[in-house]
Ligand binder design. Structure first.
Ligand SMILES: Cc1cc2nc3c(=O)[nH]c(=O)nc-3n(C[C@H](O)[C@H](O)[C@H](O)COP(=O)(O)OP(=O)(O)OC[C@H]3O[C@@H](n4cnc5c(N)ncnc54)[C@H](O)[C@@H]3O)c2cc1C
Length: 375
């Protein structure tokens, strides 16, 4: 059994793991250990692939906006990470109170939002059922996010810095001595100064194996299903994403297909999430009510876990109970769109660099995402 030493060992190869590994590999030797045979098999490979600055709580929104520069910087004219299409938060008559309170909240972030009346909303989304629509908030900046492209940019960066990714790993024994961690796995032995826990829904389970503190992460299952409407509605990739103002459902059109979600949040244990028929039936009913679509067949479906802690904000920082164990978890439903800023902030903490840029330019209060905020 070989014995390999790294400055940092990252556990988990989802968007969290690859983004922080890529950042750190610029200056440190980094290895990613992944339990599955393929990287990004869990939440990262199952997302709705959307970037919405008006999504999540205040700190999530700031982290999203702070990630935008990375997306623009690494985009080329023929391969953009963000492809703008907008999002319309749609409301029925009885939801107008909610629409107004959401709008007032959003204006605190920036001015990219307009309230559109029924007709203007229908001009953007002619598939909506006008009987169940009163108005919408239109967010101009919302975009499709090319998750594969983002992942491959980080992956290339990581590999070009001699980063090492090992899949199909099971950690069998953990010890800590002389300021370094020693992991005996099913194939090799890995030694490292710092462990980063980027294991998504498994974060507490993995943390407990290292005797770390608990962050009480709660995985929540979310379902996506795909259908092709069988009535004569001409579909367009230019339509904004439609999101119910109370997030009871959302959908977008991609290449003559509607990708939809009932926005379910079923509390789960960490596992390989699979879609349930009941969630698809609930989503289908909500979307049939809100639109003119007719459909009978669901031709694709999947589910994944979105993992949250109590305040729905991400969790980063060194564990208080044990040495050199760093948390990068709790990205909820935003782990793709906040990955660049979160990875940069976290890597600055690990490398003892300043986060002044994020504090000053984006008004980000790092205490609000610190792992020790619950103590
Ligand atoms: C249906 C759905 C829609 C979503 N839509 C969006 C969206 O539009 N925009 C957005 O920004 N976000 C979205 N998200 C959220 C986003 O996908 C997640 O926040 C993000 O992928 C989390 O990344 P992660 O790396 O933390 O977790 P994961 O991608 O789950 O990665 C964790 C990895 O850790 C590995 N692991 C676990 N235990 C161990 C161990 N003991 N040793 C080694 N490895 C281990 C796992 O195998 C896994 O590969 C969505 C999520 C879902 C489910």
């Amino acid at each position: 059994m070989k014995n390999k030493y790294y400055d940092v060992i990252v556990l988990g190869s989802g968007m969290a793991g690859i983004s922080i590994a890529a950042e750190l590999s610029k200056e440190l030797s980094v290895c990613i250990l992944e339990k599955e045979k393929f990287p990004s098999y869990h939440s990262t490979g199952r997302s709705f692939a959307f970037y919405i600055e008006s999504y999540g709580n205040e700190i999530v929104r700031k982290l999203t906006t702070a990630s935008k520069n990375f997306f623009l910087e690494y985009s080329k004219s023929d391969s953009k990470i963000l492809n703008q299409r907008g999002v319309a938060h749609i409301a029925k008559k009885k939801q107008m109170g909610k629409l107004k309170s959401v709008y007032n909240d959003l204006l605190k972030i920036n001015n990219n939002f307009d309230i559109l009346d029924k007709q203007k909303t229908l001009n953007l989304l002619p598939c909506l059922n006008s009987d169940n629509l009163e108005a919408s908030i239109y967010d101009h900046n919302a975009s499709d996010i090319d998750v594969n492209l983002l992942y491959s940019i980080y992956s290339k960066l990581f590999k070009s810095n001699q980063g090492k990714l090992v899949t199909d790993i099971s950690i069998e024994k953990i010890s800590y001595s002389n300021n370094s961690w020693n992991l005996i796995t099913n194939n090799d032995q890995y030694r490292g100064k710092i462990i980063i826990n980027a294991t998504g829904s498994w974060a507490d389970e993995v943390g407990s194996k290292f005797n770390a503190q608990k962050i009480n992460i709660v995985p929540k299952k979310r379902t996506v299903f795909c259908f092709k409407p069988n009535n004569n509605i001409s579909l367009s990739n230019d339509w904004p994403v439609a999101v119910d103002i109370e997030e009871e459902f959302y959908f977008k059109c991609e290449n003559e297909t509607i990708l939809a979600s009932p926005a379910d949040e079923t509390i789960s244990l960490p596992h390989d999430a699979q879609p349930d028929e009941i969630d698809i039936a609930i989503g289908a009913e909500r979307i049939l009510n809100a639109t003119k679509f007719k459909f009978h067949n669901i031709f694709n479906k999947w589910a994944g876990l979105r993992s949250f802690v109590k305040d729905n904000s991400p969790v980063i920082g060194f564990d208080k109970k044990i040495d050199n164990f760093f948390w990068l978890a709790g990205q909820g439903g935003y782990g793709i769109q906040i990955a660049p800023s979160l990875a940069k902030i976290a890597s600055n903490i690990i490398m003892k660099k300043s986060n002044e840029f994020f504090i000053k330019n984006h008004n980000i209060n790092i205490d609000l995402i610190d792992v020790n905020r619950f103590n």
